[in-house]
Design a binder for this molecule. Structure first.
Ligand code: 9D3
Length: 249
C-alpha cells in the first residue's frame, strides 16, 4: 500500500508517521508514505497557494493549480490499473469508521489531500475525482491530523503490520463492542486489587467475565453499538425444542 500525502506541512505528517508501529512497518517495506509539499508546485512568484474566494466572503481558498500539479507528480509513475482512491480530508465528508478503513485497506494507493484555510477550489476536487472523508463532528484547523488518523487506521489492517493478527479480529470496535478493562501487575496497587477472576487461571471464566464487562460498558456508553451487536448476536435458542406444529397460538 502506498499513501501519497499532499500537504503544506509535510514535516509534521512525516514525523507523526515515522514513529511506533507505522514507522516500523514503513522501514520493513510493508507500506510507503510519500509526503508532497503543495507549495513546491506554485507558479506564483510569491509561492502563494491560496487566494480570495470567488464571490467574496471571509478567509482564503486553496487554488486548483498547485494542488493539481502536485497530484499529477505524485501519481506520475503509478502503475496503470492500480486500485487507487483520491481522498480530500474534509469536515463535510463521510465519517471514517472501521468499516471504511477496512475497505480502504484493499487499495494499492491512497492519495490524501490535506486542506488548510477555508477550503479548496471545488474544480480541482472534481478534476481529481476526490471523495471526502471526515474524522468526526468537531472543527480542526487543517487536514494533516485527519490524514495521519486515516493512515494509522488503515495501515494497522495491512498484513504484517501488527505482530499478532488476532488483535484486529477480537478487538473491540471491530467486534462491535467496547473493550473490557485491562490490568497488569502488581495484584494490588493503591489498595485496588486486580479482579480475582483474572488471577484464577481459568480461561473460560476469564473470557466470560471480559465479555460481560464489554457488554455492560457498551450498553451504558454506546447504546447504538449495543443494539447493533444484539441484533447481530441473538441469544441462543433453547436447546430442547419441540417439533413445530403449525404456527402455534
Ligand atoms: C467556514 C466553515 N468551516 C467548516 C466548519 C470551514 C473549515 C473549517 C475547518 C474548513 C476546513 C477546516 C479544517 N478541517 C479539516 O481540514 C478537516 C476536518 C475537521 O475539521 N473535522 C473533522 N474532520 C476533518 S477532515 C479535515
Amino acid at each position: 500500500m502506498t499513501f501519497d500525502i499532499l500537504t503544506l506541512f509535510p514535516e509534521a505528517v512525516e514525523s507523526m508517521l515515522g514513529i511506533s508501529i507505522i514507522g516500523r512497518a514503513r522501514k520493513a517495506g510493508l507500506l510507503s508514505v510519500n509526503c508532497y509539499q503543495i507549495r513546491d508546485y506554485t507558479e506564483d512568484k510569491h509561492r502563494n497557494v491560496d487566494d480570495t474566494p470567488a464571490g467574496g466572503g471571509m478567509g482564503m481558498v486553496m487554488a486548483a493549480q498547485p494542488i493539481y500539479d502536485c497530484y499529477r507528480n505524485a501519481v506520475r509513475n503509478a502503475p496503470e490499473g492500480e486500485r487507487r482512491r483520491v481522498i480530500y480530508l474534509s469536515p463535510r465528508g463521510r465519517h471514517l469508521t472501521h468499516a471504511l478503513a477496512a475497505e480502504l485497506s484493499t487499495c494499492d494507493r491512497l492519495v490524501l489531500l490535506c486542506g488548510h484555510y477555508e477550503g479548496v477550489d471545488q474544480r480541482v476536487l472534481d478534476e481529481m475525482d476526490a471523495e471526502e472523508i471526515s474524522v468526526g463532528d468537531y472543527v480542526l484547523t487543517g487536514g494533516e491530523l485527519p490524514a495521519c488518523i486515516l493512515v494509522d487506521a488503515v495501515s494497522r489492517l495491512l498484513p504484517g503490520v501488527l505482530a499478532d493478527p488476532s488483535c484486529y479480529e477480537e478487538e473491540s470496535i471491530a467486534s462491535g463492542l467496547l473493550e473490557y478493562p485491562q490490568y497488569t501487575k502488581p495484584a494490588v496497587w493503591h489498595d485496588r486489587a486486580v479482579p480475582e477472576v483474572l488471577l484464577s487461571g481459568d480461561h473460560k471464566k476469564v473470557d466470560a467475565w471480559r465479555l460481560e464487562q464489554s457488554l455492560t460498558l457498551t450498553e451504558a456508553r454506546r447504546p447504538d453499538l449495543y443494539d447493533a451487536y444484539m441484533a447481530a448476536h441473538p441469544p441462543k435458542p433453547p436447546k430442547k425444542r419441540r417439533k413445530k406444529e403449525g404456527s402455534g397460538g
